[in-house]
Design a protein around this ligand. Sequence first.
Ligand code: G4P
Length: 529
Amino acid sequence: MTVSPAVAEAARRRTFAVISHPDAGKSTLTEALALHARVINEAGHIHGKAGRRSTVSDWMDIEKARGISISSAALQFGYGDAVVNLVDTPGHADFSEDTYRVLAAVDSAVMLVDAAKGMEPQTLKLFEVCRHRRIPVLTVINKWDRPGHEALALMDEVYAKTGLKPTPLTWPVGIAGDFRGVLDRRTGKFVQFTRTAGGATLAVQQVMSAEEALAAHGDAWLTAVEESELLSADDADLDLDGYLAHRKTPVLFGSAVLNFGVAQLLDALLELAPAPGAREDEGGKPRPVDGPFSGFVFKIQAGMDSAHRDRLAYIRVCSGVFERGAVVTHAASKKPFATKYAQQVFGQNRETVDLAYPGDVVGLVNASMLRVGDSLYVDEHVAFPPIPSFAPEHFAVARSMDSGRYKQFRRGIEQLEQEGVVQVLRSDLRGDQAPVLAAVGPMQFEVATHRMKGEMGAEITLDRLPYSLARRTTREWVAELDRQSGVEVMLRGDGEWLALFADPWRLGRTQRDFPDAVLEPLVASADTM
Ligand code: G4P
């Protein structure tokens, strides 16, 4: 029997994201992975920070000024016979909703931990998303070239904070700050690393027998062997099913900046991480990878390039083969959609994509009808589950600074809403001239203001509102709740009625006064992130 191209291509793909706290080394690791796969010859091409080399993925001025990356894209590279899709996640907690959407598009995640800092808050929040979505997690302990915690203590911390039992694949030889190499726990061999300048070239590594390692590294080697035996006695050896079932996390040690451990990570991804598989639709029915083409939008990005003013809808291919130029159906409107302009984007590098397979990410250019969460398909209808909007915690009234530019103002706000930059709430009371922008993190407001001025040609002022909590309610409760002081009900773009409260006390009181009122929690960033 011949295997369909979609099945064969899906099997050799690994689509993953790196989750970490800012500064743990995500950009450095991305560079190192790409470097190792020889996509680029020189580190520094992919990402830069304020004051560092010119940036490629830092499109917006805010990103440049703050040294953060808000924009997401996917980097694809070949590695041996495999194709690796690394989907970028925004680094800042204020964009956690974006990250949540990105994580809807991957099959596994790499949790990057700074050896000196351990499990940091943003890593944990992102980990919670992986748990929620049951995404298998591989852990990399980074910066082992610098002083840090003890390896066993880090394993305890990972276990205590994530509930995933660490099952190290490699174990460091030499304490943090004195990194000689790693013990490959499955072969018992020593992989020796040799420092290369600033990660600018491929790391040199040499595999040695246990005897050779003992002769070369004495006590450091013996300690590693002893600790590895302790781990085995504690049932901390690789367990593939446990990893896939989100009970265990294989662990690697490395130094992204020195390219140490990068080869091990790529090999582990190929060996262990799941390839794209059947994806369930909103009714729970799986769409097999060899079905007709289907995919969903997980990210809309506009304003990446002020010279072009374009808008890209990133889709993750779920089944079949994406062929540029094909006419697909937009599940929400049932309208045909011609995929004439399809690109792969990472940073400023754009390439036309003619064919894409399950697991791949394709940017559709100027697909103005597409919204985050929308499904596209060929032949057989499919709608994938919607990506939930988070409970906003920050609210501000937006007004156009120039009443003569109201049209631009309205169009701009609509566009930001479609892209999911902010949520937009409306009410009869406030009217169309004064929509309320709602955000998970206040930096979303900065992005909105910046984009309105720079791209939409409508400068806005934002007046913060004194609410901090939102609950979902129903139409019949709107009038009653609205009458309460310190409570306001507004309609969100997705059709949900949100009751806004100043604080938990006010919410509690309303619940006591109206025990029958529908006041349901929304997907909260704290629960899921
Ligand atoms: P991020 O994307 O996760 O925010 O982190 P990024 O890669 O930008 O790395 C943050 C800092 O940590 C950078 O230093 C980077 O060089 C350093 N770093 C990353 N991996 C390692 C590692 O394995 N070992 C050591 N010692 N450092 C590492 P920086 O001072 O902010 O920038 P730079 O001037 O060094 O480029």
